[in-house]
Each structure stands twice: as structure tokens, then as C-alpha cells.
Design a protein around this ligand. Structure first.
Ligand SMILES: Nc1ncnc2c1ncn2[C@@H]1O[C@H](COP(=O)(O)OP(=O)(O)OP(=O)(O)O)[C@@H](O)[C@H]1O
Ligand SMILES: [Mg+2]
Length: 249
């Protein structure tokens, strides 16, 4: 699909989110989905990968914390069989070892571009970029590593989705406070608590090159994955409504 100003758009695989973006993520961009624990970041990433696989695109899923089996079983719980794509050499799930910083850093720097190239991958997931960054103790090294990784991904021409943990003290930023500035696009996933219930809300904060919806929209995680209600408003007084800028005012 082509966007209003000629960008090729890559479907996110998430019903409702594509509508918020006018079609999907711009090709070749790095997008980060930032959210608290349990807001559906891994599910989001699985949707994105599955959509690519269904279109015949080779995909790479880099998991930092969860084992390959855990990723496969999370997908299978939604009814998505990823194993057949691994057998067909269309999907690679790579688990990075955090305990061996040097080897992991070297693999990401030198092997990743090679793997992307030889695999002919069109979509890449890193789940999560926060855990990758946190591997490096020094803030300057963290920045250098992140920017180096972004550059390698840009050079490879792949469309990448990172997941990131939110900063608990400032819900409008990621934990490392860096990834949202270096990414081309940012989507926030939030859990909003009220006295009555807890609701999930999603917001596209930035998406370079395209016009997009900026409002918070409710979403659900069902047995079939994430469903965004892209036409529904999040009203003031909804949850901690006073904290939500931009909607219903
Ligand atoms: N098969 C399923 N059917 C329905 N809901 C599910 C299913 N799998 C997960 N969920 C719901 O989705 C939530 C989020 O799952 P997910 O693992 O995608 O979140 P996450 O943001 O990646 O979490 P974490 O911070 O632990 O990495 C779960 O806590 C659960 O409520
Ligand atoms: Mg996760």
C-alpha cells in the first residue's frame, strides 16, 4: 500500500492500528512500541511478524529475554503457527544471551546485517530494545550501541519494530529515554486504571513522513490478538483521564 505522499506502507497486522496510520509503517523505518509490562508488546510484535509471513516476506525475530519456545507458544496461544515458517526458512527466531555482553554485541554488530542480507528479510523485531540497551552499563556506550544498531538496520533497508519498556516515573517516555528519539515512529501502549476497571489505550506519538491519528484509542487483547478501536474516543474522566492529553477535551 502507498501512503498519501508516496511512501510505501507496511501493514502492522493489527486491526485498527493500520487505520490510525493510514495504512501501516513507512517502509525502511524503525518503529518502537513502548509500554508497561503486560500491555501487549510481544503480541504487537508477533502480529507484525505474522502479517509479513502471510505475505511471503522473510522475517527475523530477535528475543532478548524469552526463549524461542516461549515466543512460539505465545504465538500458538493466539492460534498462530510460526513453526511451519521456521521449517520453510521464512522465519528466524534468535535468542540473544545477555550474560555474554561482548559476544552478543559482536553478533548484533557484525552478524545481524549478514543474516538480514542472506535471509532476504523484510521485517525485523527486537523484543526488547530496553533489555538490549541495559546490557551496557555505561550511558555513552548504550547510546553508541543503539545508534550503531539503528544505522545497520537502516543500511539493510529492513522495516524494524522494537519493543521497549516504559519509564514508570514518566509514562510518556521509555525506560532508557533514548530509543524514542532515535526511532522514526513511536507507539505507546498504556494500561489505564480507574476505580471501576482497567482499560488498555494506544497512541501513535510520532510517525515520520506520514500523517497519522494522534489520539488515544482503546484496544483489547483477545484470544485472536490485539484489536484497536480506532474510531472510539478515550474520554476525559476515563481512567486517570486527567493525565491524558489530547483526547476528549
Ligand atoms: N492467548 C491469549 N489470549 C488472550 N489474551 C492473551 C493471550 N496471551 C496474552 N494475553 C494477554 O495479553 C497480555 C500481554 O501479553 P504480552 O506478553 O504481549 O505483553 P508484554 O507487554 O510483551 O509483556 P512483558 O512486559 O511481560 O514482556 C497478557 O498479560 C494477557 O493478559
Ligand atoms: Mg513481552
Amino acid at each position: 500500500m502507498t501512503g498519501t505522499n508516496g511512501n510505501k506502507l507496511i501493514s502492522t497486522g493489527i486491526m485498527g492500528l493500520d487505520e490510525m496510520l493510514g495504512g501501516g509503517f513507512p517502509q525502511g523505518h524503525i518503529i518502537v512500541a513502548i509500554g508497561d509490562s503486560g500491555t501487549g508488546k510481544t503480541t504487537f510484535a508477533l502480529h507484525y511478524i505474522l502479517d509479513g509471513l502471510l505475505k511471503g516476506e522473510p522475517c527475523i525475530y530477535i528475543s532478548i529475554e524469552e526463549e524461542k519456545e516461549a515466543i512460539l507458544s505465545a504465538a500458538s496461544a493466539y492460534g498462530w503457527d510460526l513453526e511451519k515458517y521456521i521449517r520453510d526458512n521464512k522465519l528466524a527466531i534468535l535468542k540473544l544471551d545477555l550474560s555474554d555482553v561482548k559476544t552478543t554485541a559482536r553478533r548484533v554488530k557484525s552478524e545481524l546485517p549478514e543474516i538480514i542480507g542472506s535471509f532476504g528479510a523484510k521485517r525485523l523485531v527486537i523484543d526488547s530494545i530496553t533489555l538490549y540497551s541495559m546490557m551496557f552499563d555505561d550511558a555513552i556506550e548504550r547510546r553508541i550501541r543503539l545508534f550503531g544498531l539503528n544505522k545497520a538496520i537502516k543500511n539493510a533497508g529492513i522495516t524494524a519494530l522494537y519493543t521497549a519498556e516504559v519509564n514508570v516515573d514518566n509514562q510518556l517516555h521509555s525506560k532508557d529515554g533514548m530509543v524514542e528519539y532515535s526511532a522514526d515512529g513511536v507507539v505507546f501502549l498504556q494500561q489505564n486504571e480507574s476505580e471501576k476497571d482497567i482499560k488498555l489505550i494506544m497512541r501513535v506519538v510520532k510517525m515520520r513522513r506520514i500523517q497519522h491519528d494522534r489520539l488515544y484509542r482503546p484496544y483489547e487483547i483477545t484470544g485472536k490478538g490485539i484489536l484497536v478501536y480506532s474510531n472510539e474516543m478515550v474520554y476525559q474522566g476515563f481512567g486517570k483521564g486527567a493525565d491524558i492529553p489530547g483526547n476528549g477535551r
